[in-house]
Design a protein around this ligand. Structure first.
Ligand SMILES: [Fe+2]
Length: 178
């Protein structure tokens, strides 16, 4: 199975269209979205409809959670405005769908969640020490996480105490560090 994995679209329709075209070109068989399809951008409905038209697994992000619970006190002021707007403008069809989304899903030999295993919706896996907290909960080979908006990849071997960073976005380019 060839998966196309994406996260934190945040209602960006132009990006969604480009990603869809890329996935179709690469013959992706199943799309995996690591949460936060909504928030910030003004096209949540359109983005969700596009992914609905594909074979997609969507898990819950902190923005989907905020839409269905109405609890967004911990968000930044910009995010609060976006969540209020999205809550008013999103159809009941997708709000209902958000209620049934899972926070952690295991697929074959990997696991997906939005933020990190210590707290699937809100944890920021943005350092080697934070990555360690997710690795400690591993009983699988790989874990795919979104939420930080900063692409990074970590690995750990048996004799390592702290994970290594093996890839990172540097000045707009993914730099491999292996
Ligand atoms: Fe998020």
């Amino acid at each position: 199975m060839l998966y196309g994995i994406i996260s934190d679209i945040h209602a960006n329709l132009e990006a969604t269209i480009i990603v869809k075209e890329f996935f179709l070109k690469k013959n992706v068989e199943k799309v995996i979205i690591l949460g936060d399809v909504v928030g910030y951008g003004v096209n949540p409905e359109e983005c969700l409809e596009i992914f609905d038209s594909m074979d997609t697994i969507l898990i819950k992000g902190n923005h989907e959670e905020a839409i269905i619970t109405g609890n967004y006190e911990i968000f930044t002021s910009d995010a609060k405005v976006a969540i209020e707007w999205t809550g008013k403008n999103l159809s009941e069809k997708f709000k209902k769908k958000f209620s049934n989304l899972k926070k952690v899903v295991k697929i074959e030999d990997f696991v997906i969640c939005h933020g990190g295993l210590p707290d699937p919706l809100h944890f920021y896996t943005n350092s080697r020490h934070k990555a360690k907290l997710t690795f400690e909960r591993f009983d699988f080979k790989y874990c795919f996480i979104g939420h930080t908006h900063f692409p990074m990849a970590f690995s750990i071997s048996n004799n390592q105490e702290i994970p290594s960073i093996i890839a990172q976005l540097v000045y707009g380019t993914i730099k491999m560090m292996m």
